[in-house]
Ligand binder design. Structure first.
Ligand SMILES: NC(=O)c1ccc[n+]([C@@H]2O[C@H](COP(=O)([O-])OP(=O)(O)OC[C@H]3O[C@@H](n4cnc5c(N)ncnc54)[C@H](OP(=O)(O)O)[C@@H]3O)[C@@H](O)[C@H]2O)c1
Length: 292
């Protein structure tokens, strides 16, 4: 299959170029910066171009790996060069309100459109056993089966979800852990103590939590901010969080052991549904060993 990747000079774009090449596809990376494209070629042997005509003509799939705020413009600029019947894919982490717009502009020129979301970053070794969400777009459902089949063949665990449900899930699995780790970092950073001193006092739970937090806080604030700003479900979750903080504060202030137990046991019952539950303690120490 001939695959063009727009945004090939970015983290995910470059990752997908390499992954599709591994599976024998003919890949062209498209970017706006010739120097970055040359670097991709010398480092990873990815053939690249800044020219949409040569890069897009004849492509069966066009994967658009650009941020949410520019995707509509980028797709509109590309459509005149894309063959009828080809499939455009996005990999947007937050679907926001752009899917119907992209669905409409693609339909008008006879191009199919499938919205996907790889639930992994550019550090992933491959798609094997990684979650990937496909959000079918009205009037473009026919292309979903082909995309699904291809990603399953590449090892991904594919789930289909509508845009609203996708964003609700992202509020829980993406925005919430990012938010909690950013907040954790903020509380430590504003404590007035130097980090090495805090770490000297840290126990095992702190070590693991700190490791997660340092990874989240090292990410690109522009991208992480956009994930949170543009997901309405996360705004609802933040309100719920504030309410829970109020309830939690009351429990702590009233020192009510029964209420505290009720909270923790409720969570414990919930987490028992996880297959990892019975081995979580031994795994915890194994992970700590890797970190030490
Ligand atoms: N990073 C992740 O872990 C992750 C995981 C899943 C999905 N995603 C999704 O993947 C997409 C890309 O994320 P990323 O982390 O790869 O971002 P990134 O590293 O910042 O790459 C963005 C790419 O978009 C290009 N670009 C930006 N503005 C453009 C414009 N106006 N016209 C043309 N090209 C433009 C950039 O080109 P230049 O190099 O020339 O600036 C670059 O190639 C986003 O939609 C994100 O939600 C990211």
């Amino acid at each position: 299959m001939k695959i063009a990747i727009i945004g090939a000079t970015g983290k995910m774009g470059a990752w997908f170029c390499q992954e599709f090449i591994k599976f024998g596809h003919n890949v062209t990376g498209i970017g706006r910066n010739a120097a970055k494209l040359r670097e991709l070629d010398s480092k990873h042997h990815i053939q690249g171009t800044t020219d949409y005509t040569s890069g897009l003509t004849g492509a069966n799939w066009i994967l658009v790996a650009v941020p949410l705020d520019v995707i509509v413009q980028v797709v509109q600029n590309s459509l005149p060069f894309i063959d009828k019947g080809a499939i455009i894919l996005d990999i947007l982490s937050v679907k926001g309100s752009v899917l119907p717009i992209l669905g409409k502009v693609c339909k008008e020129v006879g191009v199919q459109y499938v919205s996907t979301h790889p639930m992994f970053g550019p550090g992933a070794e491959s798609m094997k056993d990684r979650n990937l969400i496909i959000t079918p777009v009205p009037e473009h459902e026919k292309a979903v089966a082909q995309v699904k089949e291809q990603f399953i063949a590449m090892g991904a665990r594919v789930t289909e979800a509508g845009a609203e449900f996708h964003d609700k899930m992202m509020a829980l699995v993406l925005n919430l852990p990012h938010f909690l780790n950013i907040l954790f970092g903020k509380i430590l950073a504003s404590s007035g103590f130097e980090f090495p001193l805090i770490k000297q006092f840290g126990g095992t739970t702190f070590a693991l939590q700190e490791f997660l937090s340092l990874n989240v806080n090292a990410e690109d604030p522009a991208i992480y901010g956009q994930f949170q700003f543009e997901n309405p479900a996360f705004h609802d979750l933040l309100k719920e969080f504030q309410e829970l903080i109020g309830q939690y504060t009351k429990i702590i202030e009233t020192k009510d052991p029964a209420l505290f137990k009720q909270w923790m046991q409720g969570n414990d019952t919930f987490f028992k549904q996880d297959a990892l539950y019975s081995k979580s303690n031994s795994l915890f120490y194994r992970i700590l060993k890797i970190l030490s």
